[in-house]
Structures are given as structure tokens and as C-alpha cells.
Design a protein around this ligand. Structure first.
Ligand code: FES
Length: 106
């Protein structure tokens, strides 16, 4: 199983197991490592699963789609490393991926 390093909102780092073919959002939610609202259930329609991808993994996670970019544009916390975690699908090759959970937005 691929591993995923999660930097929680508190700053604590945890390593969790993910399932290849499932999203980073699903892995974080299933592990209970952090409370991600994921209101739309992974349909790229809410941006409550916002994470920052570690710089060294940006080229490996691919680019955000246009609908994803549009949602991130509304975030007060957007950075160049921003992605919606429901749109990053884990693979064995992505094992070791590091993501930081973005602050919750009001
Ligand atoms: S869970 Fe809604 S955009 Fe990711």
C-alpha cells in the first residue's frame, strides 16, 4: 500500500496508508488523521479538501484541472502548491507523497 505523509493543521506529521486508485482525500478521511469536510464527496465542487502538496511532489501529482483551479481561485489560502485532495489519485509510484492540510475557511 502506498504511504502518505500528512501534515495536520496542528503541524503534527503523521504517516498513513493509502489505497492505490483512491484519492488522497479518501485516505485522509478513512485514517481519521485530520477532519476534512469533503462536503461534495469528491466531486470537485466544494474545495473543503484543500491541501498543499510538498514541492518535491508537484510534478508527480500532475496539474489541477480547470474546474479545480477555478475552485482554488476562491480560496483565501491558495498557494502555488494548492490542490484539492479529492482530485489526487494515489498510486504506488506516489508512495511517500507529503501533503499539508490547508486551514479551514469560514
Ligand atoms: S471533496 Fe469537494 S472538492 Fe474535494
Amino acid at each position: 500500500m502506498p504511504e502518505l505523509k500528512v501534515i495536520k493543521r496542528s503541524g503534527e506529521e503523521v504517516v498513513i496508508e493509502a489505497t492505490a486508485g483512491h484519492s488522497v482525500m479518501e485516505a485522509i478521511s478513512a485514517s481519521g488523521a485530520e477532519d476534512i469536510a469533503a462536503i461534495c464527496g469528491g466531486a470537485c465542487a466544494c474545495a473543503t479538501c484543500h491541501v498543499f502538496v510538498g514541492d518535491e511532489f508537484l510534478d508527480r501529482t500532475g496539474a489541477a484541472s480547470e474546474p479545480e483551479k477555478e475552485l482554488l481561485d476562491f480560496s483565501d489560502n491558495a498557494r502555488p502548491q494548492s490542490r484539492l485532495s479529492c482530485q489526487i489519485i494515489m498510486t504506488e509510484e506516489l508512495s511517500g507523497l507529503c501533503v499539508e492540510v490547508a486551514p479551514e475557511e469560514m
